[in-house]
Write a protein that binds this ligand. Structure first.
Ligand SMILES: Cc1cc2nc3c(=O)[nH]c(=O)nc-3n(C[C@H](O)[C@H](O)[C@H](O)COP(=O)(O)OP(=O)(O)OC[C@H]3O[C@@H](n4cnc5c(N)ncnc54)[C@H](O)[C@@H]3O)c2cc1C
Length: 465
């Protein structure tokens, strides 16, 4: 392999594919990104309609790594980047039809009615909880119940997991889904102790914890980011190119794809897949079907995103926060709501209030079994009650994500190990995307740097000297 003429083909122009392409391109490699849709961004989809800015995928990201700022700067988007208003740090949880601010300091914690006195006392026992070594086979629920108690699980962690993964903490592996939380116990023996000592470590690495990282977006919405990276990459990103298969061809790979009505192909030295696991499952040559099984066994629950616009003056709830999450115990028809226009400017006209609601997820995937839409009316009714709104929305949009977010379920380590094994058995093929190393936008960007390192190591090992 001649280092100066290496071709790298990347499947998928979501944030994982584009940020990896960006770093590789900067290092001077010849890259091609093949994307099946007609636009970049994958899950990052922004639309502008009737004065509303609708983010159907992520509404924001957390600046957990300096890499985000570096890319933003390089693609000329610095002037467009915006940070959440100070008040958006406040997050509400619903309990008995009341919204309670999640306490962020000890006095607020003592005063809050979100947790009972018994639950508060239980938290004091956290430093004395025994350690567990079950790791990948321990659910988030088991971990949190053991360290922090049942009520904290029900009224803090259950809604939090719904907010991030649209997931159910009973089924997710604490070590795969929340590795940093698990690591606090592993390294420091407890969460409180770990929070304090871990902060010192991050400071050294110039990283931010998810609790303290700044929440960002862009004036024209989240999709501006992948669009700007794709623009920078120019003709190297090809749209309407649905990759159908990757086969070995001598020392190279043949990537076969559909471009409109045509079948086309690229011969390349290296293939990096960043498409969702269920798409990757049909692309790679896998005589024993092992890769296919692992990829197809990753569960992506359905999520409906419901976007509502109301006249601001009819909203009874003070919009002084990020939004609210709903614990499963509260038996509502949706998972929570983001108060978009209270977080970032440019989301709606001044006299309007915009909200994004999430329905379904791993908590209630059966809602969509019959493909009926009856629940939308119930969701709007419940939302209006919680928010003290006496009028119907003036603007409604919805998007169904049939397979929304990969769930890092119990035993996820077996998938993770197999993907590593597959890469070492198939040198030149790399698997990436949000089913490896974290689902958040920030995690995908951090992982792009790790993927680039892996690819460069592979090139250095095989390069002609
Ligand atoms: C509703 C929702 C809300 C979210 N909210 C947040 C949030 O607030 N904050 C946050 O940090 N994260 C959030 N996330 C998660 C985050 O947005 C995603 O994990 C991340 O954007 C995934 O990026 P990716 O590039 O790995 O995958 P994707 O975005 O899925 O990109 C994969 C790309 O591959 C393409 N593709 C698929 N098959 C083929 C093929 N055969 N050939 C060529 N191309 C193909 C797809 O079209 C797509 O463009 C949310 C996700 C969803 C769905």
């Amino acid at each position: 392999m001649d280092k100066n003429t290496i071709d790298i083909t990347i499947l998928g122009a979501g944030i994982s594919g584009l940020t990896t392409a960006f770093w590789l391109n900067k290092q001077g490699f010849e890259i091609t990104v093949l994307e099946s849709k007609k636009e970049p961004g994958g899950s990052m989809v922004t639309r502008h309609e009737d004065g509303f800015l609708i983010d159907y995928g992520p509404n924001s990201g957390l600046e957990t790594t300096p890499l985000i700022g570096q890319i933003v700067e390089h693609v000329g988007l610095k002037g467009e980047m915006i940070y959440a208003l100070e008040k958006a740090n406040k997050r509400y949880i619903l309990r008995q039809n009341q919204l309670h601010a999640l306490p962020t300091h000890p006095v607020a914690f003592l005063k809050t009615k979100l947790f009972s006195p018994k639950a508060k006392l239980r938290l004091l026992a956290e430093p004395f909880s025994r350690k567990s070594h079950e790791g990948y086979y321990q659910s988030i629920s088991e971990f949190v119940k053991r360290r922090l108690g049942q009520e904290f699980l029900d009224y803090a962690v259950n809604p939090f997991v719904a907010g991030i993964f649209a997931g159910n903490p009973d089924n997710l592996s604490v070590k795969s889904a929340l590795p940093k939380l698990y690591r606090l116990e592993e390294l420091y023996g407890g969460l409180f102790k770990g929070f304090v000592l871990g902060a010192k470590e991050r400071k050294k690495r110039a990283e931010q914890s998810k609790q303290s990282a700044r929440m960002f977006s862009f004036k024209k919405g989240m999709q501006s980011f992948p669009e700007a990276i794709a623009t920078k990459l120019g003709g190297n990103v090809r749209y309407n190119c649905k990759v159908e298969s990757v086969v070995k061809s001598g020392s190279k790979f043949k990537v076969l794809y559909r471009h409109g009505d045509n079948s086309e192909e690229i011969v390349t030295d290296i293939v990096l897949s960043t498409v969702p696991a269920y798409h990757a499952a049909s692309i790679f040559d896998d005589p024993e079907n092992k890769l296919v099984d692992h990829l197809n066994n990753i569960y992506y629950p359905p999520v409906k995103v419901l976007y509502l616009g109301f006249r601001k003056e009819v909203v009874g709830q003070v919009l002084d926060g990020f939004g609210f999450l709903i614990p499963e115990k509260e038996n509502k028809t949706f998972l929570g709501a983001i108060w978009n226009s209270a977080i970032f400017p440019y989301r709606a006209e001044d006299d309007m209030a915009a909200f994004t609601l999430f329905v379904g997820g791993a908590r209630s995937p059966e809602l969509f079994d019959n493909g009926n839409d009856k629940h939308v009316n119930s969701v709007i009714k419940e939302f209006k009650e919680i928010m003290n709104i006496g009028e119907d929305p003036v603007f409604i949009k919805e998007k169904m994500w049939a397979k929304a977010i990969p769930q890092y379920r119990l035993g996820y380590i077996e998938h993770e190990r197999y993907f590593e094994q597959f890469e070492s058995n198939n040198p030149g093929i790399f698997l990436s995307g949000n089913y490896r190393g974290g689902i958040s936008v920030g995690d995908c960007i951090k992982n792009s740097e790790l993927t680039v390192k892996k690819i460069c190591e592979y090139i250095n090992r095989n390069a002609i000297r």
